[in-house]
Design a protein. Structure first.
Length: 419
């Protein structure tokens, strides 16, 4: 059976999620240890800041051993994790993995990072040798469907974080990122995320200003940026095409007059500004200046809410795609049940063929006419191939097992008139 257990941001507090994470350098040994449990055939582990999930192909009676192993591995008791643990067997696991990979189960609806983390989980398991044909096929199916959802719906098109929304708005105003300079004021989580987005977009230059220059230098080092203090902002203002500010300062950081002077130096080349801070970092009068595009956190909230609405609509489309794709994968999985039977049937038929063919060749060697040998070959082979099925059908008829007779009729496309 397929089976997953896990915890996420919906079921467990961060303190417990932290205790159940698997570090990348632990993953290989953890996966091998998991697959050493009785009844566990294949395993993969997804471990992020918001979730830890174990995906397994295993025997149906191994679920409690899996929970016990997860608790033991992290030095916990099962009573510590069972209240927040969820489990999804078979089709529910396929559906859950598809929802996770497409961002439908994420803290931020439709976020794309989780698909990369899912691919990391696959690569760790592949490297550890804990993937077999079932999970391997499932992961490939997951990746294909996730790509389809991204292509066929707009679930990832609209930014729903303040940082991403700010960067997306800047992109609508300016052309090539590589030709522009961004000034980020502050060094907290929002500015760090903004810097990451700008860096990924290929911003030409980035300046990070902060009250504590040590923190500014630390953040700047991650993104090839230049660090300055707040007092140095006026000297660099004219270089900035994009200004995004998010500090905890009770006072205005960017005043009207320095911005007006910077615009003169820039010869009124446009400046895009986003004031994410509450209270505001940028003097509200700056919005009155020509060639200034100033947005506040409230403006972004409206954009984000519209985008969330769009993502929710796209999520409904994604759920419909997932419904279809769960059925497709389960169809493939059920088809695997027949593989061994088909192989055994073919082997049996080939053995019978070889046996009859050998006797036919002996008859030819004895000088029997070819026509007589061919008659022998066809008659004997036919009798041997249908003998055991015929015996079984007679027994089934005697016992009233009409379902077996019906199955043979369907299998060989026989007419019911031959009952």
């Amino acid at each position: 059976m397929l089976h997953t257990i896990g915890i996420n941001h919906k079921t467990a507090p961060v303190e417990l999620r932290e205790r159940l994470t698997f570090a990348p350098d632990q993953m290989g040994l953890a996966l091998k240890a998991c697959c050493e449990l009785p009844g566990i055939h294949e395993a993969a582990i997804l471990s992020t800041c918001n979730r830890t999930e174990l995906y397994c192909h295993m025997e149906s009676n191994a679920d409690q051993a899996l929970v016990q192993w997860l608790a033991d591995y992290h030095g916990l008791q099962t009573v510590d994790i069972e209240p927040v643990l969820y489990a999804h067997p078979d089709s529910d696991m396929v559906r859950h993995m598809l929802r996770v990979a497409t961002g439908l189960d994420s803290l931020v609806l439709g976020e794309p990072q989780i698909l990369g983390q899912m691919k990391d989980a696959y690569h760790h398991a592949d490297k550890a040798g804990t993937l077999g044909p079932t999970l391997n096929r499932l992961f490939q199916h997951i990746f294909t469907v996730a790509k389809q959802v991204r292509t066929d719906t707009s679930i990832g098109d609209s930014p729903v974080s303040v940082a991403f929304a700010a960067v997306r708005l800047a992109g609508q105003i300016f052309g090539k990122w590589s030709q522009h300079t961004a000034l980020l004021i502050g060094a907290g989580e929002t500015i760090e995320l903004t810097a990451r987005h700008l860096h990924e977009q290929g911003i030409g230059h980035m300046i990070i200003a902060n009250r504590t220059t040590e923190r500014a230098h630390e953040l700047a080092g991650q993104f090839d940026a230049y660090a300055i203090s707040l007092d140095e902002i006026p000297a660099h203002l004219a270089d900035a095409d994009i200004i995004i500010s998010s500090t905890a300062s009770p006072n205005t950081i960017l005043k009207y007059e320095p911005v007006r002077e910077a615009l003169k130096t820039r010869k009124h080349k446009p400046m895009f500004m986003v004031d994410i801070a509450v209270p505001r970092d940028i003097d509200s009068r700056v919005a009155e200046l020509e060639d200034i595009y100033l947005y506040t956190v409230d403006d972004l909230k409206d954009v984000i809410e519209d985008n969330l609405r769009s993502r929710r609509e796209a999520a409904q489309e994604a759920e419909e795609i997932i419904d279809v794709q769960v059925t497709h994968f389960l169809g493939w999985l059920r088809s695997m049940d027949s593989v061994n039977t088909i192989r055994a049937l073919r082997n049996e038929a080939e053995n019978t063929r070889d046996e009859v063919l050998e006797k036919a060749m002996q008859r030819l060697a004895q000088g029997k006419p070819a026509e007589e040998v061919l008659q022998y070959l066809s008659h004997t082979l036919t009798n041997k191939l249908i003998h055991q099925p015929s015996v079984s059908l007679r027994e089934a008829s005697f016992q009233g097992r009409k379902e077996l007779i019906k199955a043979v009729q369907d299998l060989y496309k026989l007419s019911k008139k031959q009952d």
